[in-house]
Write a protein that binds this ligand. Structure first.
Ligand SMILES: *[C@@H]1O[C@H](CO)[C@@H](O)[C@H](O)[C@H]1NC(C)=O
Ligand SMILES: *[C@@H]1O[C@H](CO)[C@@H](O)[C@H](O)[C@H]1NC(C)=O
Ligand SMILES: *[C@@H]1O[C@H](CO)[C@@H](O)[C@H](O)[C@H]1NC(C)=O
Length: 236
């Protein structure tokens, strides 16, 4: 086995175990396979629930969300990107039905694989996802594989892991897991992009996420991004 294959085998086994051992159809999300370890216990959890071909999501990722990587904000944030949005799991075979069709299911899975590829490096998987989302804003994608390969090339990231993840079916399992998490959100997701800060849904205020993150942060390493805010938003 190559190291990729071994890695996929381990991930596959643990994902299967989570599905099988779950007492109900709701899989407990423990994030063990694809979450960066929390940097400090008082870091703020910011999650973006989105789907890859929704223009509002693509705009937010390619413009607003980049603020996370300015003035040290990322140092107090556990970022999670959950590429699922309004997709549905269709029984009996758990096929996935995406709001914007087959291409969206494809790109959701590719982005899930990118997150798995660089779990501890939000900047890497974020850059990749930002590149791909930015690409979707610039007109129809005729060659979907070429689109993400170009992002790998531009960012000097190896495409092999993503390719293996997609082709092995791991990507699909990751998607089912993201789907399960999204479908069990409390409060439920109403539209995309849907941003939560420490589980609080920001709703229409999602573009002001910096204020919410700074307002929610109780730790002692206040980054420049928060110091330069005049009035932090109340988060409760
Ligand atoms: C998105 O693409 C445009 C070129 O079409 C570029 O000017 C812009 O900087 C890109 N934005 C990001 C965040 O990559
Ligand atoms: C579900 O899978 C079974 C067995 O592979 C197949 O016979 C059936 O046609 C599938 N159903 C749908 C709706 O795809
Ligand atoms: C952030 O998420 C982690 C992992 O799920 C959890 O242990 C922690 O309690 C969360 N923090 C807050 C402030 O909600």
């Amino acid at each position: 086995m190559t190291s990729h294959q071994l890695y996929f085998f381990i991930v596959f086994t643990s994902l299967m175990f989570m599905f099988i051992s779950s007492p109900c159809s709701c899989v407990e999300y423990d994030g063990a396979t694809n979450l960066p370890p929390p940097k400090h216990n008082d870091n703020v959890n910011l999650s973006l629930y989105y789907e890859t071909l929704c223009p509002g999501c693509a705009e937010f990722i390619s413009e607003g969300l980049g603020k996370l990587f300015e003035k040290g904000l990322i140092s107090i944030v556990n970022l999670r990107l959950i590429p699922w949005g309004n997709a549905k799991i269709v029984e009996p075979n758990k096929t996935i039905d995406c709001q914007h069709g087959e291409d969206e299911c494809y790109f959701n899975t590719i982005e899930a694989c990118a997150i798995l590829a660089w779990p501890d490096q939000p900047k890497n998987h974020f850059d990749f996802i930002q590149c791909l989302e930015n690409r979707t804003l610039r007109g129809p994608i005729r060659d979907r594989k070429e689109a993400w390969l170009t992002c790998c090339k531009d960012l000097e990231l190896s495409p092999n892991f993503i390719k293996d993840c997609y082709e092995s079916g791991i990507g699909r399992l990751l998607e089912l897991k993201y789907g399960d998490e999204t479908l069990h959100l409390n409060p439920p997701l109403e539209y995309v992009p849907w941003v939560t800060v420490n589980n609080k849904a920001l709703r229409e205020d999602y573009e002001k996420f910096v204020e919410y993150v700074c307002g929610a942060y109780k730790g002692g390493h206040v980054p420049e991004a928060c110091k330069s805010l005049s009035k932090p938003a109340e988060t409760n």
